[in-house]
Ligand binder design. Structure first.
Ligand SMILES: C[S@@+](CC[C@H](N)C(=O)[O-])C[C@H]1O[C@@H](n2cnc3c(N)ncnc32)[C@H](O)[C@@H]1O
Length: 287
């Protein structure tokens, strides 16, 4: 059982302040999972009264600014832990901004964190985009960083999904993709790979079909997660009573999901209005 603090920071609380500074207060090897979505590189404000990191980043220094968090992550993440980064880019003046690619490259080359995988979030619900040339953009990136590719933990059986009918039929079929084709064209069953369905279902694929947070009516934050996204990664990558950090806690979706799933959360957020929103959501979830 964890104590109610991590270092000097209270657990199950969102701390007011700049995550780049607050992250330094986390002890070495103390966090099991980070799941987060940062502000866009060109975000200056979440509203008249709600300034974001405008004092601390702009689109020119975004990658340098954001890298600081990954240097700290390399220190405070447990070797068994993971960092899930949901991030997106925008097209401006006819070009797609490449800061996401620059960021990921520099994280891997400079901080010592490893890129375990990259996933695509296909947004089930999204508004059509204006303009003729550019196709409707319905994806966001999800990057999965780890400190240690051998030691980081997963619980894949917990996230298995039902097989499609067609896949179950293929298992019954005598010929599989892995099978060896003889020179006379006949096929021998391969000994490699699995030829039986897993009793708990198939592994999820690397394309996720989560809803967007805007599908949540009544939440007064402009860019919240839908709970489906943190839920999946928390289930897959942590156990009960593990510590999950969202350094950009926003409206508190990660906190809410942690509460439902019996994980400790810790949040950082620069805006008091969003911290109040998180508290309200957590209180409402008790009713
Ligand atoms: C994309 S939103 C995160 C939304 C969140 N995932 C949710 O479900 O509500 C990014 C958040 O980061 C906050 N933020 C921006 N700069 C910050 C900083 N330097 N430190 C902490 N929070 C910051 C913004 O106020 C905003 O709420």
């Amino acid at each position: 059982m964890n104590t109610e603090k991590v270092g000097n920071l209270d657990l199950n609380k969102t701390h007011l302040g700049d995550c780049m500074k607050l992250a330094k207060e986390l002890p070495d090897d103390s966090v099991d999972l980070v799941v987060t979505s940062p502000p866009y590189a060109d975000t200056v404000s979440y509203g008249e009264d709600i300034k974001t990191g405008v004092e601390t980043f702009n689109s020119e220094n975004y990658v340098d600014w954001f890298l600081q968090l990954f240097y700290e992550t390399q220190r405070f993440l447990k070797p068994t832990g993971s960092f899930i980064l949901n991030i997106n880019d925008r097209a401006t003046n006819g070009e797609r901004n490449i800061y996401v690619f620059e960021l990921v490259t520099r994280i891997v080359k400079e901080t010592g964190l490893k890129l375990f995988d990259r996933y695509i979030w296909f947004k089930k619900s999204a508004l059509p985009m204006p303009g003729e040339k550019r196709l409707n953009d319905r994806i966001e990136y999800i990057f999965h960083f780890v400190k240690d590719t051998k030691k980081f933990k997963t619980n894949t059986d917990r996230v298995r999904e039902p097989y499609a009918e067609v896949s179950l039929k293929r298992f019954k079929n005598k010929v599989h993709g892995n099978d060896i084709i003889n020179s006379d064209g006949t096929t021998e069953l391969s000994q490699r790979g699995s030829s039986k369905p897993h009793p708990l279902g198939k592994k999820p694929i690397t394309v996720f079909r989560f809803d967007t947070g805007s599908a949540l009516r009544g939440l007064k934050h402009p860019a919240p997660f839908h709970p489906q996204l943190p839920e999946f990664f928390i289930k897959w990558l942590t156990d009960e009573e593990d510590i999950v950090l969202d350094p950009f806690m926003g409206g508190g979706t990660v906190a809410l999901v942690c509460k439902r799933m019996n994980r400790y959360h810790i949040g950082f957020e620069i805006n008091q209005a969003y911290i109040d929103m998180t508290k309200e959501r957590l209180n409402d979830s008790e009713n």
